[in-house]
Ligand binder design. Structure first.
Ligand code: COA
Ligand code: AMP
Length: 631
């Protein structure tokens, strides 16, 4: 058996030979002769002369190979009290019909399609149907408000939008259609049509001539085959938070994406065809794209689509029930989900009720895995608990413990070591690698491996500015941290205005843009403060215009409502305080870091460059007034 050092060494010695070999796991229409095109560096393209179809590799080829009767998708939905199994043959039938109806309505290679759906199998059917016809999907998370959806419609200019009548959050029905209608109204460009899945829990009202009924259209469609696309053609755009209100459209290609994901299933997750893989995330996030939809299906696994929460649907044992019932081999979730379970089941009593013998490993990602949470899971599950670090931009793990190669010793607080394809360096401000155990900006040497973003949608300059300019020759991750003498990485903080709330990546800049639009607000700042459950939570601080006569408490409430209305409930923006002034340096920079320390009750020093020291004392008082809610 090769060791991690052997595999990583093989990649380092000859990266192109490494990926050429891994590319053999894909069924290509035209296999790659060239592995990497670096002629336009720092823009790189993997497998530039190859042709393929991602849907074919995720669905058709498994049916052809005799897996037709194997479950492809298990939909387990405690919120609707239902469980559904879709075999690979059934999936092929459904996907090829939805692809056909899209095609009949004029959706073809390169056209964009927005998918705004809850956690139901049709979300995967929609993604795969787009891939089948070579259309570029862009899934928008259901917890975003109409405005955020509108911004994405305007940027992606989709020909069609696929949605459902509602999502279900615990016991609440969230009607999607009114949000969709409002978003289309707000968007600068309109889709030609929408396809709406009417769920039994709620009937959406349809706009004549624009909205089509999913069930009727699918039933009437004749299956179609797969459209060949270039390996470098985009498979999807996934918008993620940047420093401003304008989200970044991360582009994923077809060929490199398949090669990378198949590699990860064997080598990181140690999962084989036929086994059950469960990523308890949402299709709206990158984890959902890579590990609910594409990677398990490309590998011929069974994927679990779970429509519920870690707690409250109905209890803190729901994850363990799903594992027992569906014989899940690997569970992938966010630390925040475990913290939610731990809070209700500190002694692991629910865990003891279920037979978890099928489960080999628990993987965590999306935010820093805090050691007490890992230790709790290790103790009560008695299974390896593996933290791994990645981003929407990379689509797969930058650092992990490669369980399919070698189970490296776990160091709590570290997502372990760089995966093949990633040379991770910790850099100082001048771009020079720092000594071991020294904090710095974490960067990855270019080119990034297959499966990572080739660019941002319609924004190649922003791509360069956001990721490539600061450290020439490197991709800037936006994370800060360190590496120890054994090469283990530690991810400590973001270097930008992105915060991580319940494993969801959010932009404080975007929230500030919303607050600044409130008529009584003259100036504002949003900071991420520690939250025991969600890791971080946003806190808004607003200064009022001198002529504002209104009650401060009313304005605080309005600000909270405004962020929910404009960005959505996912922002979890629940706290906002009116302050006299924002603390600033003499050059006018808002001292966000100092305010975070005050809120988190960590030691802080009065910055020497502060313009108005009294502003900090006042803020400390106001934050203390929030009491228990903080921290
Ligand atoms: N559609 C509509 N609303 C949604 C939504 C969706 N798909 N997802 C979340 N929301 C809403 C929630 O209902 C909540 O609304 P509320 O303010 O009215 O209560 C709000 O958005 C915030 O959601 P969330 O941060 O998820 O908090 P929660 O209290 O509902 O649940 C956890 C807390 C920890 C259980 C939950 O965050 C969780 O399971 N997190 C795992 C995160 C994850 O999978 N991340 C992906 C990376 S691996
Ligand atoms: P997203 O693009 O939403 O997946 O968020 C990516 C960001 O989440 C990273 O840049 C990190 O800041 C954070 N993150 C993800 N996984 C981890 C992890 N295992 N440890 C620490 N931070 C993480």
């Amino acid at each position: 058996m090769a060791s991690y050092a052997d595999v990583y060494g093989n990649w380092q010695t000859d990266p192109l030979a490494f990926w050429a070999k891994e590319a053999q796991a894909v069924d290509w229409i035209k296999p790659p002769e060239q592995i990497l095109d670096d002629s336009e560096a720092p823009f790189y393209r993997w497998f530039p002369d190859a042709e393929c179809n991602t849907c074919y590799n995720a669905v058709d080829r498994h049916v052809e190979a005799g897996r037709g009767d194997q479950p492809a998708i298990i939909h387990d939905s405690p919120v609707t009290n239902s469980k559904t199994i879709i075999t690979y043959s059934e999936l092929l039938d459904r996907v090829s019909k939805v692809a056909s109806l899209l095609s009949q309505r004029g959706v073809s290679k390169g056209d964009r399609v927005i998918i705004y759906m809850p956690m139901i199998p049709e979300a995967l059917v929609a993604m795969l149907a787009c891939a089948r016809v070579g259309a570029v999907h862009s899934v928008v998370f259901g917890g975003f408000a109409a405005h955020e959806l509108a911004v994405r419609i305007t940027d992606a200019t989709p020909k069609a939008i696929l949605s459902a009548s509602c999502g279900i959050e615990g016991s609440r029905i969230i009607e999607y259609k009114p949000l969709l209608d409002e978003a289309i109204e707000q968007a600068e460009t309109k889709p030609e049509f929408t396809l709406i899945l009417q769920r039994p829990q709620c009937q959406a009202s349809m706009v004549e001539g624009r909205d089509l009924d999913w069930a009727t259209e699918e039933a009437a469609a004749e299956p179609i085959g797969c459209t060949p696309v270039a390996a470098t053609d985009p498979l999807y755009i996934l918008y993620t938070s940047g420093t401003t209100g304008q989200p970044k459209g991360v582009v994923r290609d077809n060929g490199g994406h398949m090669v990378a994901l198949i590699w990860t299933m064997q080598n990181i997750y140690n999962v084989k065809p036929g086994e059950v893989f469960w990523a308890a995330s949402d299709v709206g996030w990158v984890v959902g794209h890579s590990y609910i939809c594409y990677a398990p299906l490309l590998t011929g696994c069974t994927t679990v689509v779970f429509e519920g929460k870690p707690v409250g649907t109905p209890d803190a044992g729901t994850f363990w029930r799903v594992i027992e019932e569906h014989k899940v081999r690997v569970l992938f979730t966010a630390p925040t989900a475990l913290r939610a379970i731990k809070r209700e089941d500190a002694d692991g009593d629910f865990i003891k009720k279920y037979d978890l013998s099928s489960m080999h490993t628990l993987f965590l990602a999306g935010e820093r895995a805090d050691p007490p949470t890992i230790e709790w899971a290790q103790k009560h599950l008695g299974k390896p608990v593996i933290d791994h670090w990645w981003q929407t931009e990379t689509g797969w793990a930058i650092a992990a413990n490669p369980m399919g190669i070698e189970h490296l010793p776990v160091k709590l607080g570290s997502p372990t070591v760089g995966m093949p394809g990633y040379q991770i360096d910790v850099l100082d401000e001048g771009g020079h690698p720092v000594e071991a155990d020294t904090l710095g900006a974490i960067a990855v040497k270019l080119p990034l491996p297959p499966g990572t973003l080739p660019t941002l949608w319609n924004a190649s300059e922003r791509f360069q500015k956001s990721y490539l300019n600061t450290f020439p020759g490197y991709y800037e991750t936006g994370d800060a941290g360190m590496k120890d003498a054994d090469g283990y990485v530690y991810i400590m903080a973001r270097t930008d205005d992105v915060i991580n709330v319940a494993g969801h990546r959010l932009s404080t800049g975007a929230m500030e843009e919303v607050l600044a639009a409130h008529p009584d607000v003259a100036e504002c700042a949003v900071i991420g403060i520690s939250d025991k459950l969600k890791g971080q939570a946003p806190l808004g601080l607003v200064c009022l215009s001198s002529n504002s006569q209104r009650d401060e408490a009313d304005i605080e409430k309005e600000c909270v409502a405004l962020v929910r209305q404009e960005i959505g409930p996912v922002a979890a923006f629940k706290k906002c305080i009116v302050v006299n002034a924002l603390p600033k340096t003499r050059s006018g920079k808002i001292l966000r870091g100092t305010m975070v320390c005050i809120a988190d009750q960590t030691p802080w020093k009065m910055p020497a460059t502060i313009d108005d020291p009294a502003s900090l004392d006042h803020i400390a008082e106001r934050i203390a007034g929030l009491g228990e809610a903080v921290g």
